[in-house]
Design a protein around this ligand. Structure first.
Ligand SMILES: [Zn+2]
Length: 197
């Protein structure tokens, strides 16, 4: 096989959920396409990687100084939803169940994987509570030991005396399940029936 083609296939095969077979199909389709797909992809990738960065406030990827959610005044409603990843924000946005601000941790605490509080985006939650007049923190973390541990840690760090209540999504989130496995109806029920902690 041509060494350039082989290199491309190896690069695509490293992407999440893309094995060598799928990578081969993608590369062949790009190289044989006559409509400029490959160049358009390369241009979009270069543009995105040079301009997209995490929002310094919440961690959502954006090409603005602050993300669209942090800039949206109508979202300053006192609610802050804490999630693990950006994909969780997209799931919640698509469901239309939440219209407040987000906070992306970038993972969950894990003794096994060696993820400590310093590895996560936790330290500025307290200042956000003051600056954005947050009254409720809603945890939408995975229903796992790691998710619960992370939740408990954040509650212990922020403390009870900041004038903020804590809640978590109601049952309906499957044990160990990620938000993106939930249909909109289940997510709406889990959000509406959230439990105060
Ligand atoms: Zn933001």
């Amino acid at each position: 096989m041509n060494i350039k083609i082989e290199k491309l296939i190896k690069q695509f095969a490293k992407l999440p959920r893309v094995g060598t077979r799928a990578a081969t199909r993608i590369v062949l389709s790009l190289l044989q396409d006559k409509t400029g797909k490959a160049n358009a992809l390369a241009t979009s990738l270069t543009d995105a990687t040079s301009t997209i960065h995490p929002c310094p406030v919440c961690g959502v990827l954006t090409d603005l100084e602050k993300c669209e959610y942090c800039c949206d005044a109508s979202r300053k409603n006192g609610q802050l939803c804490v999630v693990r990843d950006l994909s969780d924000v997209w799931v919640l946005e698509n469901s239309g169940v939440f219209h407040g601000r987000y906070h992306i941790l970038g993972g969950t605490l894990s003794g096994v994987s060696g993820v400590t509080p310093a590895d996560l985006n936790i330290s500025n939650i307290a200042s956000r509570i003051k600056e954005e007049e947050i009254t409720e923190i809603i945890f939408a973390l995975p229903n796992t030991v790691e998710g619960k541990t992370t939740q408990q840690y954040i509650i212990s760090v922020i403390g009870e005396n900041m004038g903020v209540t804590f809640s978590e999504l109601a049952s309906g989130v499957p044990l160990g399940g990620d938000l993106d496995y939930l249909d909109d109806g289940t997510l709406t029920l889990a959000f509406g029936g959230r439990k105060q902690l």
